[in-house]
Design a protein around this ligand. Structure first.
Ligand code: CO
Ligand code: CO
Length: 352
């Protein structure tokens, strides 16, 4: 690839070896890797790696716990500023998903510095910095290495009241499942890489991926949700399965209620424009899902690997109005009931 200082000639996604799915290691493969590694028995570790949650939570004192997380990936869009914004929004999301308030962040940067002009790399960092600022999160430094593929993300530290953490473990039968953004970013970013994505869909996906999951902090402050997570690389069903396992419950999903970024998402699925990570997620989901007669395209949508995806919230029915009002104040892209939590059954998740 020839690089000029004109940013328009740089297709950032052409550096990525993996399209769409942010190259995440699959859920089962990761479990295999982590098997037998020591788990901390520190009593102040409130949420560790055992329940597949979004971030680690560590108690400082009676009123405060640290929320710690990091996330980074290779380009999923071509515009460097958008790539930076999306990566930062995605990294911050895991703090919000735990009910935390982001306090500080550090840049994680790997760049093919001889192949990308400095102004392109600067735009990536500017995108991240702008998002951190809008989240009220102080960017305090970072670390960079040379790497063949561009890599960008943040490590983020937040704070939460130790009793208000939104974890995977609190769901109860009868809880309503709410989703705060539409699905389909994995499909869309794969289509971007293959130059198949309609511009309106690209715009919708970038808008969605740049929307901070800020309601998480307030939902925790007001103790309005029983359990929750954000939907990212393992897809809706993978992250819902983590809640079901963590809470010893099952879930019932109404596939037709799940919002998409646009009609084009299902068309792209029918053209097999599906990232590898999504295909892996679907295989994993087949092991714990009763699909009924759900159409194939919807099965793909429900397992699509998301980047900077929605909050998935488990809400007691008597708090639903308050939660909806809060989400409306934050102008979330969706606030749709997509199913409910049920008592533990033969399948982890039933889709209808
Ligand atoms: Co997460
Ligand atoms: Co994450």
């Amino acid at each position: 690839m020839i690089v000029t200082s004109e940013q328009a000639s740089v297709r950032l996604t052409s550096f990525s070896s993996c399209a769409g799915c942010a190259a995440k290691i699959g859920q089962q493969a990761l479990a295999e890797v982590l098997k037998g590694l020591p788990i901390s028995d520190d009593p102040n570790l409130l949420v560790g790696s055992g329940t597949g949650d979004d971030a680690g939570v560590y108690r400082l004192d009676e009123d405060r716990a640290l929320v710690q997380t990091l996330d980074f990936f290779t380009p999923i869009v071509d515009d460097p500023y958008d790539f930076g914004r999306i990566a930062a929004t995605n990294a911050l999301s895991d703090v919000y998903a735990m009910g935390g308030r982001p306090m500080t962040a550090m840049n994680i940067v790997g760049m093919p510095a001889t192949k990308l002009p400095p102004d392109v790399i600067r735009q990536v960092l500017r995108g991240g910095a702008d998002v951190a600022r809008s989240a009220g999160c102080c960017l305090v430094g970072g670390h960079s290495i040379r790497s063949p593929e561009p890599i960008y993300g943040l490590s983020v530290t937040g704070i939460v009241h130790p009793d208000h953490v939104i974890a995977n473990t609190g769901a109860q039968p009868g809880d309503v499942l709410l989703l705060t953004k539409p699905l389909g970013t994995g499909i869309t970013t794969t289509a971007i890489k293959r130059e198949l994505a309609p511009p309106t869909l690209v715009e919708a996906a970038i808008g969605s991926m740049c929307m901070l999951n800020t309601p998480g902090t307030e939902l925790a402050d007001q103790q309005l949700v029983a359990a929750g997570t954000d939907v990212t690389g393992f897809g809706l069903l993978g992250h819902l399965a983590n809640i079901c396992r963590g809470s010893n419950v099952s879930a019932r999903l109404d596939a037709s209620a799940v919002p998409t970024l646009g009609e084009a998402v299902l068309t792209l699925i029918e053209q097999d424009c599906v990232p590898g990570g999504t295909k892996t997620n679907l295989q994993t989901a087949n092991g714990h899902t009763d699909w009924g007669n759900t159409p194939d395209a919807l099965r793909v949508l429900l397992t699509d690997a998301q980047t900077s995806g929605p909050l998935l919230l488990c809400v007691r029915p008597d708090r639903l109005d308050e939660v909806n009002a809060l989400l409306a104040r934050h102008d979330t892209l969706s606030r749709v009931v997509i199913g409910e939590i049920a008592t533990q059954g033969d399948a982890l998740i039933h889709v209808r």
